[in-house]
Write a protein that binds this ligand. Structure first.
Ligand code: ADP
Ligand code: NA
Length: 331
């Protein structure tokens, strides 16, 4: 029997945005507050972020900003272990071991390396084998549950496959981790509503970052791409009218309601008026988070000390699994 343990992560590739919050962070906070887990490992997955080029100064800054944001969102309970992936060497050690069970055939069928590779002809080994490291991130803590977005379904299946392989060959050391995806919410870019809102989209006007000021949020909503629709009125049709539908999706998630409810409440508004209404709802939701980020940014030593405590606890737990695994293999 394995203790209920949650593991999740986020890349320090930029400032977290409302898509990260509504699609992942908020759910982790709820799961944390449900008190149903012994431990919650929340990893700033910096080793994943370097699968594509990063500027060292900016990366270092992004790691601290992400830690501030996660704390500001409420991931600060005693059972929550907030830590930096690269400070726990057992992730890469287990990744090597799991990599010896992973085949090229399996990896070829995982979608992300093709999407993220800067070159079509060649791909870095890190980007290609990234799902193996992701499996190690989860298995090293013997996590039973993993809250991630639905873009991660294939990767989670692969992690389960590796856990089963290892358990079958050696001994059942790993639980088979479950993916938890409560709401299948996928926020799109405000500038390009066909693509997901992402930290790594070049045009930052496409995303609402957790630290954006009310005026920046108003401006981004005003400039959000929407069609003229039927007489400039709003309507929900994610295929035909992706821009306005995306804003309705964000608004519904922010209000904890549904696109249908939003549409009937706001049926009398023009698209322009509606975007102002949605902006105010978003500003309201982000207000306390932003205030806490401001506060934490003025206390960098506090954030650094939370991280180093987290790094220590994560390493202790990971070391145990790693030692057991190596012994079983004969290392
Ligand atoms: P990004 O693409 O912004 O760099 P990450 O790859 O670091 O995001 O993902 C962090 C978490 O946020 C994952 O669980 C992912 O599923 C979720 N996520 C990322 N972008 C979105 C989005 N646009 N809508 C909903 N969830 C998202
Ligand atoms: Na990304």
């Amino acid at each position: 029997v394995f203790r209920p343990t949650l593991m999740t992560g986020i890349q320090p590739t930029g400032f977290p945005h409302i898509g990260n919050y509504l699609g992942a962070i908020q759910q982790s906070v709820k799961l944390q507050n449900s008190e149903s887990y012994d431990k919650i490992f929340f990893s700033i997955v910096d080793l994943h972020s370097i699968t594509v080029p990063q500027n060292p100064t900016i990366l270092r800054q992004n790691i601290i900003n992400l830690a501030c944001s996660l704390l500001a969102c409420g991931l600060d309970k005693p059972q929550t272990v907030l830590f930096q992936q690269s400070s726990v060497p057992h992730h890469t050690e287990l990744a090597w071991i799991l990599g010896c069970l992973a085949t090229l055939n399996k990896l070829d069928h995982l979608p992300q390396w093709k999407e993220k590779s800067p070159s079509k002809e060649d791909v870095s080994l890190g980007l290609y084998s990234y799902p193996v490291l992701q499996a190690a991130d989860v298995l090293i803590y013997r996590a039973t549950d993993v809250p991630v977005g639905d873009d991660q379904i294939k990767h989670m299946e692969f992690a389960r496959h590796l856990a089963r392989q290892f358990n079958k060959i050696y001994s059942p050391v790993f639980p088979i981790p479950k993916q938890i995806t409560s709401q299948h919410i996928r926020i799109k870019s405000l500038r390009d509503p066909i693509r997901k809102m992402s930290k790594s989209e070049k045009d930052s006007r496409g995303r609402i970052e957790l630290f954006d000021s009310p005026d920046e949020i108003r401006e981004k909503l005003r400039k959000a791409v929407t069609d003229l629709g039927t007489g400039g009125m709003i309507g929900y049709d994610s295929q035909g009218r992706p821009g306005i539908s995306n804003i309705i999706d964000i608004h519904a998630a922010v209000e904890g309601s549904t696109p249908d409810q939003i549409c009937s409440e706001c049926a009398h508004l023009t698209t322009v008026e509606y975007k102002e209404r949605a902006a105010e709802a978003i500003i309201e939701m982000l207000k306390p988070i932003r205030a806490r980020i401001v506060h934490l940014r003025n206390e960098p030593q506090h954030v650094v000390s939370v991280l180093s405590k987290g790094n220590e606890i994560a390493a202790q737990n990971a070391a145990k699994t790693c030692a057991e695994v190596k012994k079983l293999i004969g290392l």
